[in-house]
Write a protein that binds this ligand. Structure first.
Ligand code: DC
Length: 227
């Protein structure tokens, strides 16, 4: 049996990290973890509970009331995030959450809370985790690190199509300004900013198909684990 490894996929917002991570996990029989879902679920909790996230005491107290885990859903065939036993996988995709999540993910207490759980999930290896700081902070020793990018127009178009299906009132401008704002905050925050790890492989998928991108990632995996 092949040894199990940790695969990290970081990169800019909406460049297809989760699509690739899910496909890879399925092909390899690995567990897929969406680390962004954890920051989104924390954001949902703060918004619902009117937590003043500029007050470190309130943030600490709120985090104590949060339990996050993933549960596999047979119907959607993916693991979905549970916030205090409530499935919030779909509500956290709303633009209201996307507008606040980068501010909340920049809080060091929030990151400590999420990173500790992510590291526990990787103990047995055999996982693909996507996010912003997975190859740099969460699993700096991961065996395969991919850093994804795509040009901004392509990313906006992809995300717009996805969000428009659920919310026809959304405009291209809403999506573009949200992506630009998140990219800015995520890459300029003090704690674990979005960066390509030195040993990460850059994957620009602006002009390649999903199949080509998956084949490329599988090639990288095989190089590390042998065919
Ligand atoms: O991957 P996503 O768009 O669902 O992530 C939502 C936000 O969470 C993203 O804008 C930044 C933050 N995030 C983070 O700071 N670190 C991670 N490892 C994953 C996400």
């Amino acid at each position: 049996m092949k040894k199990k490894i940790i695969i990290t996929i970081d990169g800019w917002s909406s460049c297809g990290k989760s699509t690739l991570a899910k496909q890879l996990a399925k092909m390899l029989g690995y567990v897929y973890i969406d680390s962004g879902a954890m920051y989104r679920a924390i954001t949902l909790f703060f918004l619902r509970n009117h937590t003043d996230w500029t007050d470190p005491k309130e943030v600490k107290a709120a985090l104590k009331q949060i339990e996050l885990h993933f549960e596999y859903n047979e119907k959607s065939q993916q693991s979905e995030i549970m916030l205090n036993d409530e499935n919030v996988e779909y509500v956290i995709r709303d633009l209201v959450i996307a507008e606040k999540v980068s501010d909340i993910a920049a809080i060091s207490e929030v990151r400590k809370f999420a990173v500790a759980q992510q590291q526990r999930m990787g103990k047995k290896k055999g996982i693909v985790m996507d996010g912003r700081d997975i190859g740099t902070t969460v699993f700096p020793d991961a065996e395969l690190k991919i850093f994804m990018t795509a040009d901004i127009a392509t990313r906006v178009e992809r995300r717009f199509k996805e969000m428009f299906e659920k919310n026809p009132n959304i405009t291209i401008e809403d999506v573009k300004s949200n992506l630009e704002m998140r990219d800015y905050i995520d890459s300029n925050r003090e704690v674990s900013p979005l960066r390509k790890a030195e040993d990460a492989i850059l994957l620009d998928n602006t002009n390649i198909t999903m199949k080509e991108q998956l084949d490329y990632a599988l090639k990288l995996y095989n190089e590390r684990c042998g065919k």
